[in-house]
Design a protein around this ligand. Structure first.
Ligand SMILES: Nc1ncnc2c1ncn2[C@@H]1O[C@H](COP(=O)(O)OP(=O)(O)OP(=O)(O)O)[C@@H](O)[C@H]1O
Ligand SMILES: [Mg+2]
Length: 435
């Protein structure tokens, strides 16, 4: 391939993606993504669920067309699945009626590779990925880790120039995922695969820092590039070194800081807030539990985020949801890889149950415009009640059906806890019991 590329493998310019939703206007999922993958790089993409990471990979792979903008691969525009780019998905997506060999060969069939060569290359890819001896096994005979190895073999058999990995380790248990990740890293470092660049979507911060040269953090609503962090650590990387931990801390901070929160915490009035429709679906029990834990030993009001995750035995994702909620409510602040309980948060912890409910209600009214909006409508309506469908409809103008449903559940749970409103489960009606 003799194109002039300045060492850029993939380059995207102004990529936007709008999904058409049934009977709603289009929803912007990616907002002007300018991104470059250079030769020799592994780039990790981190971001909240729904921030458009998978969509972005699919656009880069040529599996989904962007609504606006262009993708180029080695200087050539990508309009359809490009030869030279291979993708590995989170779920294994193997054909159960084909053997390991059959599944791996499949990647070559589409390329019109002759039968004998197909077989040889598939066997070589199976060897490379450590599945030697399992050529004639069927997927159901394999463990999850081995199935994902087949997924990798199927991508590697085409000798991809660029590999796109969409959370390929997250469906595996921790140890299995870590082993496979290490094996892929070895193949890369030892140049046993011809691949020149990797884009790697992950939910796991340690994994991203271990694996990549650069981390892109996606923001949500709509998906965009929020920040970029270099990972200038030599390989193999030792997870316990201060330099490694420092980068992990930095990424944690970026991921858990809610942008724009600063402006809302100064007691500004709710109707001046821009309406935020997506709410972290944190359970009250977990929220209160975490806040309580934060104020006692060993943290005493301030915790290093990775340390907190360990101590509370929480997955990064679950912790992020809780921390986003605590920040949204003004109960905690994040900075420099640490979380700190605010004075309001401390007052909450020290209060009895009744006072806690009041403080929670006040926080929600002050900080969460959508909840204040619901309360206002219930206050104003003659019967002080409204069907949940009314609010669900509003959410669905901004979120997918599934997300809208989830947000409404969170709103109802939080609102009921704080006794801001009551909810009749059978009739699906929100109301003020004692208006
Ligand atoms: N085919 C589709 N049609 C309509 N909406 C879609 C479609 N695919 C994804 N979306 C929506 O686009 C948004 C981004 O989805 P995407 O799967 O890219 O996010 P993600 O960052 O990969 O999330 P996760 O971390 O959960 O995998 C989501 O709100 C999702 O509901
Ligand atoms: Mg995804």
């Amino acid at each position: 391939m003799d194109t002039i590329t300045n060492g850029d493998l993939i380059s995207t310019a102004g990529i936007c993606k709008t999904y058409q939703q049934p009977d709603h206007a289009g929803r912007l999922v990616l907002d002007h993504i300018d991104f470059t993958l250079k030769e020799g790089e592994i780039v990790a993409i981190l971001g909240k669920s729904g921030s458009g990471k998978s969509t972005f990979l699919r656009v880069v792979a040529g599996l989904t067309p962007p609504t606006e903008g262009t993708v180029t691969y080695r200087g050539q525009p990508v309009y359809e699945p490009a030869q030279g780019i291979a993708m590995v998905f989170q779920s294994f997506a193997l054909f159960p009626w084909l053997t390991v060999l059959g599944n791996v060969e499949l990647g070559l069939e589409a390329l019109g590779v002759p039968r004998e060569e197909r077989r040889q290359r598939a066997i070589a890819a199976i060897d490379l990925i450590g599945l030697d001896g399992f050529e004639s096994a069927y997927p159901k005979e394999l463990s999850g880790g081995m199935r994902q190895r087949v997924g990798f073999a199927r991508a590697l058999v085409v000798n991809p120039d660029v590999l796109l990995l969409d959370e390929p380790f997250s469906a595996l248990d921790v140890l299995t995922g870590e082993t496979l990740r290490g094996d892929i890293e070895d193949l890369w470092v030892e140049r046993r695969i011809p691949t020149k660049g990797i884009i790697f979507v992950s939910h796991n911060i340690d994994e991203a820092v271990a694996m990549s040269d650069r981390i892109i953090v996606f923001g949500s609503d709509p998906g965009c590039i929020r920040s970029e962090i270099q990972v200038p650590l030599a390989r193999p990387r030792d997870w316990s070194t201060p330099a490694f931990r420092r980068i992990v801390d930095e990424v944690y901070t970026l991921l858990t800081t809610v942008p724009g929160r600063e402006t809302t915490r100064r007691g500004s009035r709710v109707d001046q807030l821009s309406m935020q429709y997506r709410l972290p679906d944190a359970s009250i029990q977990q929220l209160v539990g975490l806040l309580d834990a934060l104020t006692i030993e060993p943290f005493n009001g301030r915790a290093d985020l990775p340390h907190l995750a360990d101590n509370e035995n929480l997955a990064t994702d679950d912790l992020m949801v809780l921390i986003e909620a605590l920040q949204l409510l003004g109960f905690a602040q994040v900075g420099g890889g640490d979380i700190e309980v605010t004075p309001v948060g401390r007052t909450f912890v020290d209060a009895d149950l009744l006072r806690r409910k009041q403080l929670f209600a006040e926080s929600m009214m002050r900080n969460i415009a959508f909840i204040a909006h619901i309360r206002r409508i219930l206050d104003e309506r003659p019967g002080h009640s409204a069907p949940e469908g009314r609010f669900l409809g509003e959410l669905e103008d901004h979120l997918s059906e599934e997300e809208a449903q989830r947000v409404l559940e969170t709103v109802i749970n939080w609102g009921r806890y704080a006794e801001l409103f009551a909810y009749d489960y059978d009739r699906g009606v929100l109301s003020l019991e004692n208006p």
